[in-house]
Write a protein that binds this ligand. Sequence first.
Ligand SMILES: [Zn+2]
Length: 319
Amino acid sequence: MTSDYLHRLAQLRTDANRSRWTETTSFRAPHKPFLLLSVMDIAAQGELTSPFIEPSFDLIERFARYWDLVNPPSSKCNMAYPFFYMRSEGFWRLIPKPGKENDVHESVTSSITRLKTVVMGADIDSELYQLISNHKTREQLRAVILRTYFAPEIRQKLLLEASENQEAFEYSQKLLKAAEKTMSYGEPEKPGRIRDQGFRKAVITLYAHRCTLCGIRMLTPEGHTIVEAAHIRPWSDTNDDRPANGMALCRLCHWSFDRGFMSLSRQYEVLISPLSRQEQNNPGPIMTLDHRPIFRPSDERHIPDQECLGWHRKEIFRK
Ligand SMILES: [Zn+2]
């Protein structure tokens, strides 16, 4: 049974154009292989609970990470393309949104935003779903994709990307479960790359990509977000990766918080340093945030820790 899909995934219809695609991707367009690898990663996280694939932000982000490993930064990463054309493989059926049945055609591949206005997601064959859900068969399918569509030197990179993502995901789950503990939490022996990614996943999920201080939320269709996961007390001082020692912050607020121009009050209000408008400064919209309530995480157990905030007000904030 597995061998049928091993065979089918090795026979994907992809654009074979030697002038456009290099040896790295076996002279073929890597879109479909990357989409399938991304679906496998979501399944490995235990987050594929039915044979229905959603063009979720998580999936788009996985796809973008694979894409960026292989393609030059200038190349356009568009998951709508394989999400639509995978339907020619026979195991992937697009499910239109109600009333949009007649709009499912090639024009939806122009962007993910366009795709999402017309398509809810895709149903995959239940047999393929079983194979992807099972660790052993999933890794067999992954190996076939890597072997068929990528040069040997890049396979290892792609495999590492998948395993680091999985490790980071498991770390983020641990961090979220550590909510009840009052002690510091972190695993200093873990490679920094994995810790950072895990901490980021936990914090950004809790704040749903919204900046804790200003409330801005901006995502690109290519899977990039305006927020970063910021530590309140730096990791290097505390080895504290608890989400309560973190916040999702946009780049402006992150920089301002780390430089002491912004902080949080005991009542979870934004504080703006009076020094923000000194001399050459023009803080602009930041001033309107003074004493506004913060945007809280979806789970109150992870709300910023008062001890960490007290440290920040005392040591970093410019009063
Ligand atoms: Zn912000």
